[in-house]
Design a protein around this ligand. Structure first.
Ligand SMILES: Cc1ncc(COP(=O)(O)O)c(C=O)c1O
Length: 375
């Protein structure tokens, strides 16, 4: 049995007709840059997420950068985020000259701990060296962070909230869609994401029309009212029309795929929760299941046994960001964020995609149980 970690070939075989037709449409009209599919995709993304505006862009990283630039985040600003995430979340803060301030995670959800966030904001204010400016909660593995206390804190302290929804597009938090849970949400269409294109892509979601206008300008070199008027510094951060067309075809299948992801996750959890720590989904939330991750003290042995059985696994993330060389200047040390560090040492992710069949899931579950019980 050949098991894929994420089976994009299978998805293509199911959606091939629609995807090829979408690509052919772009080849026929030839508007490869900012063609009509971009506007259509933005409308559909905004409607899906329940936001007023969607701004399509070139990657999830640009989707984080655009709102931070539009808000004028820069030197002297503290931006609070999780150390247990992909580098891009904190990289964009440093790229703009602002300072990432890491806050430890909740041991059950692996998302930023709202109480420790409050403590970190108050400590930063007391120290007086940096201005608390924004928070980037990350919806890790597809599960939204706990936005109710985060937004209440943001209101109280005057902080801007940028939801890193790169992994969570399609998830729910108390009846609302991921991407629309902060002041702004950033998502990624990297091929392996729950909604992925065939290259790099991303989008920003917001109810703030003024901010959306600024981000549309920054997306194209700070464009003003015409192509060669530049009213601010910006980026080349456009989404390709071809990718927008592919996403429109995939978006039509996305609600069904999300249901299938729930089926896969539920079957894994039912099979595994007596042996390993399975994902905790708080009441009122759903995950988009970008990853299905489990915790065990004997990760290396279990991963090796699965590899022998032809089951691919991956570790997200082996080293928390505060211990990465890229952030060495900030002086963090081992022990600063014990929950993130302990989680990084024990976690790994299993094959997860909507086309994973029940018998394959049962095979994977059986091999994990065998491995855990034999150690
Ligand atoms: C949490 C998180 N933030 C940001 C990104 C950046 O997205 P991209 O790779 O599309 O730039 C990713 C994905 O890779 C991610 O997982």
């Amino acid at each position: 049995m050949k098991i894929a970690f994420i089976d994009l070939k299978k998805q293509f075989s199911v959606l091939e007709k629609d995807i090829r037709a979408a690509i052919d449409g772009v080849l026929a009209h030839g508007q490869f840059i900012m063609g009509p599919e971009i506007g259509r995709l933005e409308e559909e993304l905004a409607r899906f997420a329940g936001a007023r505006q969607a701004v399509a862009c070139a990657s999830g990283t640009d989707a984080l950068l655009l709102p931070l630039m539009a808000w004028g985040v820069g030197p002297g600003d503290a931006v609070f985020t999780s150390p247990f995430t992909f580098i891009a979340t904190a990289e964009v803060i440093s790229l703009l000259g602002a300072t990432p301030v890491f806050v430890d995670i909740d041991p059950k959800t692996y998302n930023i701990d709202p109480e420790q966030l409050r403590a970190a904001v108050e400590k930063t204010t007391r120290e007086g060296r940096l201005r608390p400016k924004a928070v980037i909660p990350v919806d890790l593995f597809g599960l939204p962070a706990d936005y109710e206390p985060i937004m209440a804190l943001a209101e109280e302290k005057g902080l801007l909230v940028l939801e890193d929804a790169a992994q969570s597009f399609g998830a729910l938090y108390r009846g609302r869609r991921a991407g629309a849970l902060g002041h702004v949400g950033a998502t990624s269409f990297f091929p392996a994401k729950p909604l992925g294109c065939y290259g790099d892509g991303g989008a920003v979601l917001t109810d703030d029309d003024h901010l959306a206008g600024l981000m549309r300008s920054i997306r194209v070199h700070g464009q003003g009212s015409h192509k060669y008027e530049n009213v601010r510094l910006g980026l080349n951060a456009r989404l390709d029309t071809l990718q927008a067309a592919i996403l429109l075809a995939k978006l039509a299948a996305f609600p069904d795929e999300l249901e299938q992801r729930q089926r896969v996750a539920a079957r894994y959890t039912q099979g595994l929760n007596s042996r390993v720590q399975t994902p905790h989904i708080p009441e009122g939330s759903t995950s988009a299941w970008a990853q299905y991750s489990i915790l065990t003290d004997r990760r290396e042995e279990v991963q090796a046994a699965l590899k022998t059985a032809g089951i691919p696994t991956a570790v997200y993330y082996p080293l928390p960001l505060h211990l990465q060389g890229a952030f060495a200047d900030f002086g963090y040390a081992q022990g600063d964020f014990p929950v993130a560090e302990a989680t990084a040492g024990r976690i790994f992710s299993l094959p997860m995609h909507p086309y994973l069949e029940d018998e394959t899931i049962d095979f994977i579950v059986a091999r994990i149980i065998e491995a855990v019980d034999s150690i």
